[in-house]
Design a protein around this ligand. Structure first.
Ligand code: ATP
Ligand code: ATP
Ligand code: MG
Ligand code: MG
Lengths: 256, 256
């Protein structure tokens, strides 16, 4: 039974891409067949797994415009159990191009049905907005994983995200669940990190993952080498925290 | 002669809002009449200057929909020379609502003409995307200030931003200039920070501000008190770096 997870939060820079890449890689080393879909025009998830712009021709843009099937744009990565669907700058135009198209929010959902069974996990990295691209992901996903940076503004943005999730559940995807809230860039020396994480645990209780992603220099360095953290430095705290997250997602390290 | 600056970068979390608030506040203490416009649906610039959601009724959304004039939504702040135009969640819908409207990118430009002369500086905080809201800001601004976080992905995103700026110059706003590149969250203990800042200085030479914003815990804390840094802790490095930036913008501390 394939599980589709959407990594979303309209607040920018909270660790969506870092989570999408490193959770996917951690699932892949556990020999789960994993597909990482990059639906952010910035294309950070692609470069973070080593795909360069010139290696990418057809991508998710062509799939959303129904010029290609998703099976035509899938690429392999260094990890044998991890494939990736690349994005491109052209996606910026998709918001406008799809506006007058009926059931535009279901383009991704429809095309995924063809290949879903080939994977155990599908992870979708979203842009920092609540437009057509994120709506396509929310309409497709079984559940949403919400990275929450341990900073004040990240906390403030949660109410509008939860409002959007409620709207999506009413209209596009009644089965959408919240997989959990993931605390990211936690700095144990910084008061603000403790305040924000206490606040999130108070509000969302069992829905907060046990795994907490620490602020970790190695996590910031690995994208420039095009490698997920466990291929760059498996012994660092960043790598261990994402392996723990993958365990929780697979159901082994039960959340509280 | 009013100067309108747009703070933009589609990469999320690079310090757009922190720069918009603290540059505006620094100009205001130099007794420059300053208007801060928040055109990001997240509304972080509002809360960062102490405006709470329940104080905001009419906002930039109503102005873009031509239901209100901009002079009807301007609010005062704790600083006598700083006014703010608030945003709201409703802006999320503006992207869709404005699509079929002719010259939709000039709504902000047109309405600002009425009140421009009242201010020395107008600072616009943009969302992390290149959609209609950011295009309205780019069509309105005299120049764009580009915050560049000292991280790998922030560097990678610059090429698509510069591409968009070139397109805007060709179509919407031929007079648009680049005010400069501002290095943010610079951590002198971290190699990556040095690598990214060297790279930016190599590429953009004189266009990089002398002022470098350090990663500074106080800058992360002050939004939760609804205060710009110079009302929260004027002696910290974060406050001094934004005062230096304001000096450069006013033309006193000439860039290289
Ligand atoms: N735990 C961490 N420790 C240190 N740096 C991190 C960590 N997680 C992410 N980063 C870095 O912080 C920056 C923001 O993270 P990332 O790009 O993953 O966020 P995002 O939510 O995907 O951003 P966007 O909103 O632009 O899509 C990146 O430069 C990344 O390398
Ligand atoms: N120099 C700094 N030192 C420490 N923290 C900072 C600094 N600048 C910004 N921050 C914090 O980092 C986070 C991201 O900054 P900010 O929200 O200003 O970025 P942004 O580009 O406006 O994000 P978005 O793309 O979501 O609009 C915020 O929580 C902010 O408080
Ligand atoms: Mg991202
Ligand atoms: Mg912002």
């Amino acid at each position: 039974m394939t599980k589709t997870l959407c990594i979303a939060n309209q607040k920018g820079g909270v660790g969506k891409t870092t989570t999408a890449i490193n959770l996917s890689a951690s699932l892949a080393v556990a020999e789960k067949r994993t597909l990482l879909i990059d639906i952010d025009p910035q294309g950070n998830a692609c470069s973070g797994v080593g795909l360069t712009r010139d290696q990418i021709k057809d991508n998710i843009y062509h799939v959303l415009m129904e010029e290609k099937g998703i099976e035509d744009v899938i690429k392999n990565t260094e990890l044998s159990f991890l494939d990736v669907v690349p994005s491109s700058f052209d996606l910026i135009g998709a918001e406008i191009e799809l506006v007058n198209v009926p059931s535009r929010e279901f383009r991704l959902f429809r095309t995924l049905q063809k290949i879903k069974d080939k994977y155990d996990y599908i992870i979708i990295d979203c842009p920092p907005s609540l437009g057509i691209l994120t709506l396509n992901s929310l309409a497709t996903a079984d559940s949403i994983l919400i990275p929450v940076q341990c900073e004040y503004y990240a906390l403030e943005g949660l109410s509008s995200l939860l409002k959007t999730i409620r709207l999506v559940k009413k209209g596009l995807n009644p089965g959408l669940k919240i997989e959990g809230f993931l605390l990211t860039m936690f700095d144990s020396r910084n008061n603000l990190s403790h305040q924000v994480s206490e606040e999130v645990k108070k509000h969302f209780k069992d829905n907060v993952f046990n795994a907490i992603i620490p602020r970790n220099v190695r996590l910031g360095e690995c994208p420039s080498f095009g490698k997920p953290i466990l291929l760059y430095d498996i012994s660092c705290k960043g790598a261990r925290s994402y392996l723990q997250l993958a365990q929780e997602i697979m159901g082994h390290g039960r959340k509280k």
